[in-house]
Design a protein around this ligand. Structure first.
Ligand code: ADP
Length: 286
C-alpha cells in the first residue's frame, strides 16, 4: 500500500562532530510530515539548518536523535538505504558536480545503467527524463556547452531517470541567472502537477518559496513557521526579525498598507499585485 506520508521526521536532532572542540547542533527537536504530492519550500537564514534537514531526507545524514522515515522506511537502518535512494532523488547547488558524461543522453543514462536496468528500459527512461526536463533537443549536445540553467536541468534529468517519487533540491538555482531560475522552477512545478512528484525545495529566494504549496521557515535548527505561502508571508514582522525578506509583490503591498491603503491579502506574484493595485485605482475612481 502506498504511504500517504512521503517523509516523516520525529523529534530530529543533529549535531555535527567536526572533531574539533565545540560541536554544532544544526537541528534540534524537529517534527515534520511531508505528504505525497506536496510542493514544499524550505526557507530560512544562512546556517538555520535547511541543508542539514534536506540531507536527512535521503539518508545522506542520519539522526543524532529522533527518527526519519521515507515512505515508511527508517533511514537509520542500512538495509533500507537502497530503497530510500530510489525513492528520493537529490539535486544540489552546483550541477557540474552531478554531470559525469560528455554527451547529454549518456549522462542521463548513467544512473539507470548503474542500477543494472536493461538497455531498452534505460532508453525509455532517458527519453522520458529528457522530455520532463525540457532537454529533448539537446540530447546529442555536450553538457559543458549548455547554459547554467540547462546544466541544472540535466542534473535534474539524471535524477528523474531513476523515477523518484520525491525530489529534494538544495539551493538548485543559486548559481543560475534569472532565466535559468525561472525555467527550473517551471519544470519543478510541471513535474509536481503532472507527475505527482513530491518536491522539496531548499531556497533562500522568497519569490521561489512563494511558488510552493507550503513554506517551512527554519530558524536556529527549528521550524519557525510552517504553512501556505499566503499565511507565512503574512508574518512580515517575524520574517524581518529572522533577517528574511518578503517576496517583492508582498513587500510593495506592505508599503501600501502602511500608507493606509486597504490590503485584502498578501499578493505573492506580480499578477496578484496588479489585481490589488487595480482594485485600489477603481476604489479611488468610484
Ligand atoms: P543552512 O542550509 O540553513 O545554511 P546548514 O544546515 O548548512 O544551514 O547548517 C546548519 C548549522 O550546521 C550551521 O551552524 C553550520 O555552520 C553547521 N554545519 C553545516 N555543515 C557542517 C559541517 N560539515 N561541519 C560542522 N558544522 C556544520
Amino acid at each position: 500500500m502506498l504511504q500517504e506520508a512521503m517523509i516523516q521526521v520525529r523529534d530530529l536532532s543533529y549535531t555535527y562532530d567536526s572533531g574539533r572542540p565545540g560541536e554544532t547542533t544544526a537541528l534540534s527537536g524537529v517534527d515534520l510530515e511531508i505528504r505525497r504530492g506536496e510542493f514544499v519550500a524550505i526557507a530560512g537564514p544562512n546556517g538555520s539548518g535547511k541543508s542539514t534537514l534536506a540531507r536527512h531526507f535521503n539518508a545522506l545524514l542520519l539522526p543524532t536523535r529522533g527518527q526519519v522515515l521515507v515512505d515508511g522506511l527508517d533511514t537509520a537502518l542500512p538495509e533500507n538505504l537502497w530503497e530510500i535512494r530510489r525513492r528520493v532523488g537529490m539535486v544540489f547547488q552546483n550541477p557540474d558536480n552531478q554531470i559525469v558524461s560528455t554527451l547529454v543522453e549518456e549522462d542521463v543514462a548513467f544512473g539507470p545503467e548503474n542500477l543494472g536496468i536493461p538497455p531498452p528500459e534505460v532508453r525509455e527512461r532517458v527519453e522520458e527524463a529528457l522530455v520532463l526536463a525540457g532537454l529533448s533537443r539537446f540530447r546529442q549536445h555536450a553538457p559543458h556547452l549548455l547554459s547554467g540553467g540547462q546544466r541544472q536541468r540535466l542534473a535534474l534529468a539524471g535524477v528523474l531517470a531513476m523515477r523518484p517519487a520525491c525530489l529534494v533540491l538544495d539551493e538548485p538555482t543559486a548559481m543560475l541567472d534569472p532565466a535559468g531560475r525561472r525555467e527550473l522552477l517551471e519544470t519543478l512545478q510541471r513535474l509536481n502537477r503532472t507527475q505527482g512528484t513530491t518536491v522539496v525545495l531548499v531556497t533562500h529566494y522568497m519569490e521561489e518559496a512563494a511558488l510552493a504549496g507550503r513554506v517551512i521557515v527554519m530558524a536556529a535548527g527549528k521550524i519557525a513557521l510552517d504553512g501556505p505561502p499566503e499565511e507565512v508571508f503574512a508574518r512580515a514582522r517575524q520574517l524581518e526579525e529572522l533577517g528574511l525578506e518578503l517576496p517583492a509583490p508582498a513587500e510593495i503591498a506592505r508599503g501600501l498598507k502602511r500608507r493606509g491603503f486597504f490590503m485584502p491579502g498578501v499578493p505573492l506574484s506580480v499578477h496578484d499585485l496588479v489585481q490589488v493595485v487595480k482594485g485600489l485605482a477603481q476604489g479611488r475612481g468610484s
